[in-house]
Design a protein around this ligand. Structure first.
Ligand SMILES: *[C@@H]1O[C@H](CO)[C@@H](O)[C@H](O)[C@H]1NC(C)=O
Ligand SMILES: *[C@@H]1O[C@H](CO)[C@@H](O)[C@H](O)[C@H]1NC(C)=O
Ligand SMILES: *[C@@H]1O[C@H](CO)[C@@H](O)[C@H](O)[C@H]1NC(C)=O
Ligand SMILES: *[C@@H]1O[C@H](CO)[C@@H](O)[C@H](O)[C@H]1NC(C)=O
Ligand SMILES: *[C@@H]1O[C@H](CO)[C@@H](O)[C@H](O)[C@H]1NC(C)=O
Ligand SMILES: *[C@@H]1O[C@H](CO)[C@@H](O)[C@H](O)[C@H]1NC(C)=O
Ligand SMILES: *[C@@H]1O[C@H](CO)[C@@H](O)[C@H](O)[C@H]1NC(C)=O
Ligand SMILES: *[C@@H]1O[C@H](CO)[C@@H](O)[C@H](O)[C@H]1NC(C)=O
Length: 621
């Protein structure tokens, strides 16, 4: 334990000059940029001929250029499918709980009767699909009037840095939060369809992206966004989830068409295999289990199931053999800690991830990249000069990150913070570590905000250690006292509707922590800001003029540039969450979007921050 603490202190020593230090002082802020200015002791008042002279420059967003070449990252699907056990392809229909007709193919374990039974067993609460669309909508070009930039904010970045040529700038979303069409074209129920068992509005329609994806991509391309980060729904590709079960032809084709359309528009797709929407099969019909609080994360994602590894790897192999020729970057899991139930879950995620990596690189011969994306709102020590607060911050960050990143990036054992807290953790053998080590090309991180961390009892490392063995402690499982104010009592930054505070300088420190600790290029796989009470603004024009979100994005991106140029940290890309307001695992209240979505008409409108963010990147590319 002490050894690992010393290495952490060594890392902090490297990065400490980027750390915000609390230094008490008095008097006005220095204005270092004014030191050479002439003295302005006496204004020169005078009359002059008055003239109206205000003017505004009207600019229009620049679309990403049409593709001139196509890159490939693997052999075409036809020559890859022989690498995996043979697949049968089937189609199912749409589940309509109101229908009186029932399927008669009851002796087929994967027929329509069996598929319908999956939905009946899931019995999604208050299921309705009052959707506007039931087939793919053809896109229409955007009128110039939608693409005119809004007035700039008065204060803004003044840096002179550029993004490196390979920097990946894009926007992100996830299947269950945007697609809708949840019981259509053969999709089976996932955890997301039963997650919320109260009377909040459910996810069944969301943004109807399943049918509107072409228009969605058209809009993003028109804005000049290069990368589109999305997730596949496992339950669309394999409605029966497990190896040897038939592939849903319509679901498989849908994502192939989506990838083709992204490429046709000059954009580049990145794919996440599992973003919280686990097939319900892993709960074996026990839907109470989906509502049980897990030991580790917030939701029981079913990863602990004994069939999970083989099933996930089989699903990944099917997706990769069909799409790997066109997809340069793959993420296996989204924020696995949050949906990990126990030590088995963690073990299964890490081992499934490693198997997918080895399959992609060695069997399939893919030349793209494999990654995995993590949650952790960076824990910063309340007092960075107090070793006990530093210990608490390291405990907090290592529990959430090193638990996965020690084995995957460094090929070393779990951190003590994890082993102390999760008594049923599965030990990793030397052979496991040799197989798992080095199985990611990038470290994906969703660094929305920072949080201030100290031991539960001030200055007491023992209070952390006592908590790790007491799962009924109110501080469990992270075992630190987390606050969102600095030692003087101020919020650490401007606050959003939820847990996100604007903390750009901590982002820069965080990027140094990640790069220097886990030694791989970092991709910011999600970051975003739900402006306070945005949804309650009565006039759409007020929702669109989202200055706090612009401040969030521009300040974070400015710090990314400093991290790259001043700290030597390889930040490989950044994907904004999200390209439109969406279903945030319960309701539509927290608006993270760069676009509004009218929930009645499904009409999207670009917010000001979208223009500001793209403009920031384009002027520095
Ligand atoms: C099952 O239903 C289909 C139509 O839904 C019908 O064509 C078929 O004959 C039925 N099979 C049996 C064995 O009843
Ligand atoms: C089933 O019928 C009820 C009553 O007409 C309706 O409210 C509901 O939306 C329908 N469900 C679906 C999935 O169409
Ligand atoms: C939705 O379903 C839940 C049970 O799953 C029920 O308690 C609630 O009243 C329902 N809400 C509405 C609006 O029907
Ligand atoms: C794990 O998932 C499999 C496959 O769906 C299921 O048969 C089994 O009962 C599950 N195990 C548990 C403990 O729920
Ligand atoms: C369902 O899952 C819960 C939580 O994991 C468990 O306590 C319960 O025993 C399970 N029920 C059955 C019938 O397996
Ligand atoms: C665990 O924490 C709970 C809640 O703070 C406390 O009541 C209990 O005494 C603690 N148990 C031990 C063994 O310290
Ligand atoms: C956490 O620390 C803050 C700042 O010292 C203190 O005000 C607060 O009471 C502590 N919270 C808990 C739950 O111990
Ligand atoms: C959504 O569209 C409807 C129909 O055009 C309109 O009445 C409503 O005001 C719109 N909602 C918002 C928030 O703009």
């Amino acid at each position: 334990m002490w050894l690992s603490m010393i290495s952490v202190l060594a890392v902090l020593a490297i990065t400490i000059n980027a750390q915000q230090q609390y230094i008490t002082t008095t008097g006005p802020s220095p204005r270092t940029q004014c030191s050479t200015a002439a003295s302005w002791s006496q204004p020169n008042y005078h009359f002059a001929a008055f003239q109206y002279s205000m003017s505004e420059t009207i600019r229009v967003a620049t679309s990403v250029p049409a593709p001139t070449t196509t890159s490939t990252y693997a052999a075409p699907p036809d020559s890859l499918t022989s690498l995996i056990p043979s697949i049968s392809y089937t189609t199912w229909g749409k589940w309509d709980p109101n229908t009186t007709a029932s399927a008669n193919d009851t002796d087929n374990p994967y027929g329509n009767a069996a598929w319908t039974a999956l939905w009946e067993a899931a019995n999604p609460p208050n299921f309705t699909e009052q959707a506007l669309y039931s087939t793919t909508v053809e896109p229409t070009a955007l009128p110039t009037s939608e693409l005119i930039l809004p007035p700039a904010d008065y204060f803004g970045p003044t840096d002179c840095y550029q993004f490196p040529k390979e920097f990946m700038f894009g926007v992100a979303g996830s299947a269950s939060q945007i697609e809708g069409a949840t019981a259509e074209e053969g999709k089976s129920p996932s955890l997301m369809d039963v997650l919320v068992q109260d009377d909040r509005p459910k996810a069944y329609v969301t943004n109807e992206n399943y049918y509107l994806y072409k228009q969605e991509i058209e809009r993003l391309a028109s804005m000049g966004v290069k990368y589109y980060s999305f997730s596949l729904a496992w339950t669309r590709i394999l409605p029966f989830a497990l190896p040897g079960t038939p592939v849903n032809q319509e679901g498989l084709q849908h994502y192939s068409d989506l990838i083709d359309f992204v490429l046709a528009k000059g954009m580049i797709p990145t794919v996440t295999l599992l973003h919280f929407d686990t097939p319900l099969q892993f709960f074996a019909g026990n839907l109470t289990a989906t509502q049980e609080p897990p030991l580790i994360g917030y939701v029981n994602g079913g990863y602990q199931n004994e069939t999970f590894i083989d099933a996930f790897v089989n699903y990944a192999q099917i997706a990769m053999t069909h799409y790997a020729d066109r997809v340069p970057v793959w993420f296996t899991f989204n924020e696995p800690l949050l949906y990990s139930s126990d030590g088995k879950s963690i073990n299964n995620v890490i081992k499934a991830h490693a198997q997918v990596y080895h399959f992609y690189k060695e069997t399939l011969g893919g030349t793209g990249k494999i990654s995995i994306k993590f949650n952790d709102n960076f824990g910063v020590p309340r007092d960075p000069s107090n070793p006990n607060d530093v210990y608490a911050a390291d405990h907090f960050n290592s529990f959430q990150l090193a638990t996965f990143c020690n084995p995957i990036f460094l090929g070393i054992d779990y951190p003590d913070s994890y082993k102390q807290t999760v008594p049923d953790y599965i030990t990793l053998t030397a052979e496991d570590l040799a197989y798992i080590g080095g199985t990611a090309d990038y470290l994906g991180i969703d660094p929305y905000t920072a949080t201030v961390v100290a031991p539960p009892v001030p200055d007491s490392i023992d209070s952390i250690l006592e908590c790790t063995t007491n799962s009924s402690s109110p501080y469990s499982p992270y075992c630190v006292n987390q606050t969102l104010s600095n030692p003087a009592g101020w919020n650490i930054g401007y606050r959003s509707q939820s847990y996100v505070y604007i903390t750009p300088t901590y982002l820069r420190l965080y990027l140094s922590y990640l790069y220097n600790t886990f030694r791989k290029p970092v991709i910011i796989t999600e970051f975003g800001f739900p402006v306070f009470a945005e949804a309650e603004k009565v006039d759409l024009s007020d929702q669109l003029f989202d200055t706090p979100r612009s401040i969030y994005y521009l300040s974070y991106m400015s710090e990314v540039l400093k991290s790259i140029w001043e700290d030597g940290v390889e930040v490989a890309g950044a994907f904004a969450w999200s390209f439109a307001d969406n279903w945030e695992f319960g309701d539509y209240d927290a608006h993270f979007g760069l676009q509004t979505v009218n929930r009645t008409t499904q009409e999207r409108r670009f917010k000001k921050s979208f223009f500001d963010l793209v403009d920031f990147v384009n002027t520095r590319s």
